[in-house]
Design a protein around this ligand. Structure first.
Ligand SMILES: C[S@@+](CC[C@H](N)C(=O)[O-])C[C@H]1O[C@@H](n2cnc3c(N)ncnc32)[C@H](O)[C@@H]1O
Length: 247
């Protein structure tokens, strides 16, 4: 697929028409989110963990959930993935992703879909990317359960915003009912509920600490095999016993 022959002014106009961008791309000199509060995002993040993704994804299928304007989906296609499907609930972001993919000359399938609907895909993917979405969900553990059950074939690449203690203390198998102090030790798995807004965003619902996000991944049936960056995890699905699986 060849990128379209557009002048710089035409690209700038398309970028403007597509609204506010969260992903910053440099499209032939036109930056899509030049004033991003996190800098050149997500490129600066990607550079901290890109080494954990195989340099060649030839023959592999990739599902990017909450793909936004498609930064990761496009990177996977650049690494030769045979098929990349990006899904998001926000049609405005998907329109940005369509234009960004076109400008990069890559073929990315894009579909409006929620993470809660991944069962409809009836397909397991070699690599599932689930970056920056968990804390935007009202039902985060359900989403992880659904990923495990329906779509993660080999690898889950996961990221979440984290808040609270970065410690990961040993947690016992069980505690007596009278034990209450353990809940106050720094790093006990905790997830913070945001009833109103965080960072001006009313879709930030649940923000875990590090121990909690690791426990949630394990509880949903994922073995953590890599932790290349503070917020990023590489996971493999493991078989779950019947009694572990959500009804
Ligand atoms: C913080 S952005 C992360 C974008 C990208 N994955 C990244 O890491 O840069 C969160 C994205 O998740 C999408 N999203 C929110 N709720 C979703 C849901 N239930 N299913 C799929 N995507 C969702 C939003 O529309 C947004 O594009």
């Amino acid at each position: 697929m060849r990128s379209p022959e557009l002048t710089r002014d035409e690209i700038a106009a398309r970028v403007r028409d597509l609204g506010d961008w969260f992903h910053n791309f440099d499209l032939k000199g036109v930056k899509t989110a030049p004033d991003h509060f996190l800098g050149d995002y997500p490129r600066i993040k990607w550079e901290r963990f890109s080494h954990v993704v195989p340099a060649s994804l030839h023959g592999k299928s990739v599902l990017d959930i909450g793909c936004n304007a498609g930064f990761y989906a496009i990177e996977m296609k650049k690494r030769g993935a045979e098929r990349v499907l990006g899904v998001d609930t926000d049609e405005a972001y998907l329109a940005q992703a369509r234009f960004a993919a076109e400008m990069h000359g890559v073929d990315v399938e894009l579909r409006r879909m929620s993470v809660y609907e991944v069962g409809l895909l009836r397909e397991k993917f070699d690599l599932v990317i689930f970056m920056g979405v968990l804390y935007h969900l009202r039902h985060p553990l359900l989403a992880l359960d659904l990923l495990h059950r329906h779509v993660v074939g080999e690898t889950l690449l996961f990221q979440s915003m984290l808040r609270g203690s970065p410690e990961v203390p040993d947690v016992a198998e069980d505690y007596p009912f009278g034990e209450a102090d353990v809940f106050d030790i720094p790093g006990f798995p905790k997830i913070h509920f945001v009833e109103r807004r965080y960072a001006g965003d009313s879709t930030n619902w649940w923000i875990p600490n590090r121990a909690c996000v690791e426990a949630m991944l394990r509880s949903a049936g994922f073995a953590i095999v890599g932790h290349p960056e503070d917020e990023v995890y590489v996971c493999r699905p493991r078989a779950r016993a019947l009694e572990e699986v959500a009804p």
